[in-house]
Design a protein around this ligand. Structure first.
Ligand SMILES: NC(=O)c1ccno1
Length: 241
């Protein structure tokens, strides 16, 4: 059955984009299920408080464990992987997206940057896998935008979501390299031409050119990715690029 995704947040309206365009159509087609929940529905006080001052002092507020505990008790099930976006998390990469696309149920807990009381993740880890992940080395106001990014990265890998499934294999990172430049008509635009090899019809040459462009771009923009390539990824020809 389709991957089920639930998002718990104090800004449910932030997740509306999941209902639009490609993702919205995939949901309508039953290729994945998405539920969005307002964390405040699990508060019991008149102020619907979800955070409090941090023990030990310091700036900002920390999200209360009781509210999160009750929300997760209701939303998580026996096949749930809990994902908590945070700048302090392990890197979320294309590999992570591929793993998540094979899950049955993902629950995303959107916290403020100051964080959720750590005991919420400790308690959840007693009965399900819990991933604290970061989408990049920068700080957002909350986890919602990170969830939008991760859900999009995962959903596009699900069967039937992308019109042209091959592109999921060919996009950046699938072979560990960055994707090279792309071109379309017109052949000359503002005096700029399309590399002639792409119009040669010689697909062996075209593939070779594209690989060289990927290697060069990766070398210049992300040399760290070259370090991480699995052994044997680069042949003699590649090393000359
Ligand atoms: N870098 C991140 O993933 C993040 C999540 C919340 N704030 O920043």
């Amino acid at each position: 059955q389709p991957l089920r995704i639930d998002v718990i947040t104090i800004f449910p309206e932030y997740l509306e984009p999941l209902r639009a365009a490609l993702l919205g159509r995939a949901i309508e087609r039953g290729l994945l299920e998405v539920g969005v929940h307002d964390l405040r529905d699990w508060t019991h006080d008149v102020h619907r408080a979800v955070d409090d001052a941090p023990y030990g002092g310091g700036p900002g507020m920390v999200m209360k464990p009781q509210v999160w505990g009750e929300a997760l008790d209701d939303v998580c099930g026996e096949h749930t992987r809990l994902v908590v976006p945070t700048p302090a998390g392990r890197p979320f990469t294309q590999e992570t997206a591929r793993e998540y696309a094979t899950e049955r149920h993902l629950v995303f807990a959107c916290g403020r940057y100051e964080g959720i009381d750590q005991r919420v993740m400790v308690d959840a880890a007693r009965r399900m896998p819990v991933d604290e992940v970061s989408i990049g080395d920068f700080v957002l106001v909350g986890g919602e935008v990170a969830v939008l990014a991760m859900v999009e990265a995962v959903a596009r890998l699900l069967p039937g979501v992308l019109g042209n499934p091959v592109s999921a294999e060919q996009d950046s990172f699938s072979d560990g390299l960055l994707e090279g430049p792309s071109y379309t008509r017109p052949e000359v635009w503002r005096g700029l031409t399309v590399p002639s090899v792409l119009r040669s019809g010689n697909h062996a040459l075209i593939d070779r050119w594209r690989r060289d462009e990927s290697l060069a771009r990766t070398f210049h923009r992300r040399p760290d990715l070259l370090e991480r390539l699995p052994e044997g990824s680069l042949d003699e020809r590649d090393r000359e690029v």
